[in-house]
Design a protein around this ligand. Structure first.
Ligand SMILES: [Zn+2]
Length: 450
């Protein structure tokens, strides 16, 4: 028995699973910048589990880095190495840390290779014959869920049963047979994205393709046939043209897909969106019900291409997009539909205020609930956009939005970037307005100027 035990201990040491000297956890992403995630994943569809091999290429941003902390998840780490040398993985309440044998110097680039398996606690849904992810990427892979500003390249090789369709970020660059009779579908992202935008889907999907300009629109579903997909997603092409005009930039991806699923899902991913049947209009001409397609598509520009650097400025993703959804309705159905959309936003903010809660848009505290967070970052954000539009006038307002979108395409932004674009387009000092709505009038130093 002793012999067996020693062997087990050696094996555990070799794969770095035994606890080393305690080293305090840092916030996920602190001290390093991820350049790319390359992932090979085998999803088990009926069981809702995954097994993965992941290579994370990263660079130390400070000297003496001794630990790499990622977002916590419920996965089991089977093996972890840094440039081929075993490292210790430690799962804690809110993080997953890798303790390094040798501290890293600032600027040093390394490869962290991790093998894992398990059942993701969040972010993976489906049926007996399909799976799709939604938002919580770092529950099914190792990544940085809330580090919106740390955009990284992404590739995913999905190992699936033969005959399955897959969807992931960017373009499917190869489909090859796997030794077990299954298939490997390799996907590559067209540009670096924030980790919360990584995702995939697998199933036997009906499929429809359309073109708008030089871009391809693809609609996929396990729960609807091609005719229904065509009907439900009919407004997409016009929406692409409208948002491209308002953004001053074409659809940022050459292929944009929409996956139709059961339920009320409405979630953007890097180059596609997942939409639930119940979130969509039954009647394509009903102005009350096409918000979900518009909202998630608008994220291709505001959120995915131009991304808030931290959650503090999340209104730049969601408030802008909520407003742009209202703007689409105005364009498609007339002014009353725009007003109705903003009235919904006003109602939500009023409800939060009645409960004693209201904050500036870039407030950095903890929201008491998801509803209050949304009342500020989505609803108040949209109302602020409308207020700016009225205050600056059509010309300066839309020119400012175009300037902001083009200047920061592919990057990460703060509220100050947005303010500067609006000031440049209008020629006005907007500090008082931004102090009132965005930064908080009495927050000292809240309106920094270089
Ligand atoms: Zn959104």
């Amino acid at each position: 028995m002793a012999h067996v035990k020693t062997k087990l201990v050696r094996a555990a040491l070799a794969i770095g699973l035994l606890t080393g000297p305690a080293l305090a956890a840092a916030a996920p992403g602190e001290g390093f910048d991820v350049t790319r995630y390359d992932l090979a994943l085998t999803p088990d569809i009926p069981n809702g589990t995954v097994a993965g091999r992941e290579v994370i290429t990263l660079r130390a941003t400070r000297d003496g880095l001794q630990r790499l902390d990622f977002s916590g998840n419920g996965l089991t780490i089977d093996k972890a190495t840094l440039d081929g040398v075993p490292v210790t993985a430690r799962s804690e309440d809110d993080g997953l840390g890798f303790a390094l044998g040798q501290p890293l110097k600032r600027g040093r680039a390394v490869r962290l290779e991790v093998q894992y398996h398990g059942r993701p606690a969040r972010g993976l849904s489906g049926s007996a014959t399909s799976l799709y992810t939604s938002y919580f990427a770092c529950d099914w892979m190792i990544c940085l869920q809330d580090q919106f500003g740390d955009k990284a390249a992404f590739s995913l090789a999905l190992h699936v049963p033969a005959g399955m369709e897959t969807l992931s970020v960017g373009r499917k660059v190869a489909k090859t047979p796997a030794p077990d009779g299954g298939e490997l579908h390799r996907w590559t992202a067209p540009r670096p994205y924030s980790a919360y935008l990584f995702g995939f889907a697998v199933g036997r999907f009906a499929r429809v393709e359309e073109r708008v300009g030089s871009a391809r629109l693809t609609y996929l579903s396990e729960v609807a046939d091609a005719d229904e997909l065509k009907r439900r997603f009919a407004p997409t092409g016009d929406m692409v043209r409208f948002f491209a005009d308002k953004a001053g930039a074409p659809l940022p991806v050459s292929e944009y897909s929409q996956l139709l699923v059961k339920g009320r899902e409405a979630q953007e991913a890097a180059t596609y969106s997942v939409l639930g049947v119940e979130a969509l209009a039954t009647n394509a001409d009903d102005p009350a019900q096409d918000w979900a397609i518009a909202h998630e598509l608008a994220h291709q520009w505001w959120g995915n291409l131009v991304t808030c650097a931290t959650l503090k400025d999340f209104w730049l993703n969601e408030g802008v997009t909520t407003f742009m959804t209202a703007a689409w309705k105005e364009h498609r159905y007339g002014r009353a539909a725009y007003d109705a959309e903003l009235a919904v936003a006003r109602g939500r903010l009023d409800k939060a205020r009645a409960a004693g809660f209201d904050k500036p848009l870039a407030w950095d505290g903890r929201y008491p609930s998801l509803a209050t967070r949304r009342a500020v970052q989505y609803s108040k954000g949209a109302l602020f956009m409308d207020h700016l539009r009225t205050t600056l006038g059509e010309r300066a307002f839309w020119a400012g939005l175009r300037r902001y979108t083009r200047a920061h395409a592919g990057g990460a932004v703060t509220s100050l970037d947005f303010e500067r674009a609006m000031e440049a387009s209008s020629g006005r000092d907007l500090r008082p307005l931004f102090a009132e709505w965005v930064f908080g009038a009495d927050a000292p130093g809240s309106v920094p100027r270089p």
